[in-house]
Design a binder for this molecule. Structure first.
Ligand code: SAH
Ligand code: SF4
Ligand code: F3S
Length: 438
C-alpha cells in the first residue's frame, strides 16, 4: 500500500477522546496529510474508541467491519483510544481489518506507525511512556470558539466498576507552563472559551505552581480567554480554593459537573467512591453558598451489583435534593478485570431498564425546571454555531444551555439576550445589545 494522503478520524466516548482526536488530526496534517469528510473515501481511518461500557466496545468493532469498501479493498485502519489500550495485540486477532493499534498515551508515534503499516507491517503501540506525548505534538492550530484542553490524564481512584485507571494509566498532571502556552495558542487560533479536561480534573496539581484554582486564575488573565470551564471533577477533590474561585473569577462559568453515581452509602462504599452522600451534599452546599446560581450536573449508574430497591430510591432522593440542571445516567455494565464484574448479586437487565427509565424521567423534570427558571432573565451567550433556520444563530449560556437567537452576529460573539421561552433542547432569546464584537 502506498502511504496515505487523506485521513478521517472518528472519536467516541468522553471529551478527552475528542481532544485526542483533534491532536491526532493536527499531527497528521503536519505530516502533509489532508483531512476528508465523513462520506469521503479516506486512505487512512482512525477510530478513536471508548471502553467504558460493553456497548461502546461492540460499536468499535462493528465500525471497523464497516470500513471495507464495495470493491473489497480497505483503507489503512488504526484502532486508537481506550479499546486499543485495553485490547492491544488482541484487537488484531478480533479483526484482520486493523493495521495499527495505538493507545491514548502513544499516538504521537502515529507517523512512524503509518509508515510501517503502509509497508505491510502491522504496528501495535500501547506504551505509556514516561516522556509525555504532549512534548512531541505540533502546536495548536485554528480551533473552534470553544476549545478543549487536557490538563490531567489517568486516574488513581479505582472505582470498582471502571476501566479508566487501566486504559488511561496513573493520574498525571501536565505542567502549568505547558498548559498556559497551549491556552495562548488556542486563543490565537480563535478560541474564546476553554474547557480544561481531566478524568479527575480537580485533582490537577503542579508542585511549583499550585492547584486547579491557581491555574484557572492564571488562565483568566490571558487576553482573549472569556470563559473557562473544567470537567470532570471528583467529589473528594473539591477543595476550598476551587470553590472560592467560583465566587471570585468572573471568567469561570457557573457550572459544575460532579458525578455522584449513587445516592446510597452502601453502594458508594462498594463502588469505592471515597465519599458519602452526606459529604457530597455538603460540597454542593458549599459551592452553592458562594455561587447560588451554579448549575450542577452529574453522572449516575443504576443496577450496580447489590443495588436494592431502597438503594435506588435513595438515588432518586439525591436527584430531588440536588435538583440537577442535567445529568447522565447509565445501566451498570460489567467490565472484564474490574472488581465489580465478579461481585455477587448482579442485577437483572429488566430491573436495570426500569430503574434507568424512572431515574431519567426524574432527571428530566429537574432539568426542564432549571431551563424554565431561565425564562425572563437577561443572560450573556457565546455564539458557537449557525441555527437551523436562516437568520438564526445558536449560543451557549453560562449554564451550558443552547440558546437560539435571531441575529447576524458571527460565531464568537458575546451577546446579551432576554430569554423568552424554553423548549426540550434549547432556550429562545431576543437580542438586546451586542455585548462585544468577535
Ligand atoms: N472520571 C470521570 C469519568 C468517568 S467515565 C468520573 O469519575 O466521573 C464517565 C461515567 O461513566 C462515570 O461517571 C460513570 O457514571 C460511567 N461509568 C463508568 N464505568 C461504568 C460502567 N462499568 N458501567 C456503567 N457506567 C459506567
Ligand atoms: Fe473511573 Fe472512578 Fe476514576 Fe472516574 S474516578 S475515571 S469513575 S475510576
Ligand atoms: Fe471512554 Fe476512555 Fe474516555 S474509556 S470515557 S474514552 S477515558
Amino acid at each position: 500500500m502506498t502511504s496515505p494522503q487523506t485521513f478521517r478520524i472518528k472519536s467516541f466516548g468522553c471529551q478527552m477522546n475528542v481532544y485526542d482526536g483533534e491532536r491526532m488530526a493536527e499531527l497528521l496534517a503536519a505530516q502533509g496529510m489532508r483531512a476528508v469528510g465523513d462520506k469521503d473515501d479516506a486512505d487512512l481511518v482512525v477510530l478513536n474508541t471508548c471502553h467504558i461500557r460493553e456497548k461502546a466496545v461492540e460499536k468499535a468493532y462493528s465500525d471497523v467491519g464497516r470500513l471495507r469498501r464495495d470493491d473489497g479493498s480497505k483503507p489503512l485502519v488504526a484502532l486508537a483510544g481506550c479499546v486499543a489500550q485495553a485490547e492491544g495485540e488482541e484487537a488484531r486477532s478480533r479483526s484482520k481489518m486493523i493495521d495499527m493499534v495505538v493507545g491514548p498515551q502513544a499516538y504521537h508515534r502515529l507517523p512512524q506507525m503509518i509508515r510501517q503499516a503502509a509497508a505491510g507491517r502491522p504496528a501495535v503501540d500501547t506504551d505509556m511512556p514516561a516522556i509525555s506525548k504532549f512534548d512531541a505534538l505540533p502546536r495548536r492550530r485554528r480551533t473552534g470558539v470553544s476549545a478543549f484542553l487536557s490538563v490531567q490524564e489517568g486516574c488513581d481512584k479505582f472505582c470498582t466498576y471502571c476501566v479508566v485507571p487501566y486504559t488511561r494509566g496513573a493520574e498525571i498532571s501536565r505542567p502549568a507552563r505547558d498548559i498556559l502556552a497551549e491556552a495562548q495558542q488556542l486563543v490565537e487560533g480563535g478560541a474564546r472559551e476553554i474547557t480544561l479536561l481531566g478524568q479527575n480534573v480537580n485533582g490537577w496539581t503542579d508542585a511549583s505552581f499550585g492547584g486547579l484554582a491557581t491555574l484557572i486564575r492564571s488562565l483568566a488573565r490571558i487576553d482573549g480567554v472569556e470563559r473557562i470551564r473544567y470537567t470532570t471533577s471528583h467529589p473528594i477533590n473539591m477543595d476550598e480554593d476551587l470553590i472560592t474561585a467560583h465566587a471570585e473569577v468572573e471568567e469561570l462559568m457557573p457550572y459544575l459537573h460532579l458525578p455522584v453515581q449513587s445516592g446510597s452509602d452502601a453502594i458508594l462504599k462498594s463502588m469505592n467512591r471515597h465519599h458519602t452522600v452526606e459529604s457530597y451534599l455538603r460540597t454542593i452546599e458549599r459551592v452553592r453558598a458562594v455561587r447560588p446560581d451554579i448549575a450542577i450536573s452529574g453522572d449516575f449508574i443504576v443496577g450496580f451489583p447489590g443495588e436494592t430497591d431502597a438503594d435506588f430510591e435513595a438515588t432518586l432522593q439525591i436527584v430531588d435534593h440536588v435538583r440537577y440542571a442535567s445529568a447522565f445516567s447509565f445501566k451498570y455494565s460489567p467490565r472484564p478485570g474490574t472488581p465489580a464484574a465478579t461481585m455477587e448479586n448482579q442485577i437483572p437487565a429488566p430491573v436495570m431498564d426500569e430503574r434507568l427509565q424512572r431515574l431519567q424521567a426524574r432527571i428530566a423534570e429537574h432539568s426542564s425546571a432549571f431551563n424554565c427558571a431561565t425564562v425572563g432573565k437577561t443572560i450573556r451567550i457565546l455564539i458557537d454555531r449557525v441555527g437551523r433556520k436562516s437568520g438564526q444563530m445558536i449560543g451557549k449560556s453560562p449554564w451550558l444551555q443552547s440558546v437560539v437567537v435571531e441575529t447576524d452576529a458571527p460565531i464568537g460573539s458575546l451577546l446579551d439576550v432576554a430569554i423568552t421561552g424554553s423548549g426540550p433542547n434549547s432556550l429562545f432569546g431576543d437580542l438586546l445589545v451586542r455585548a462585544e464584537a468577535a
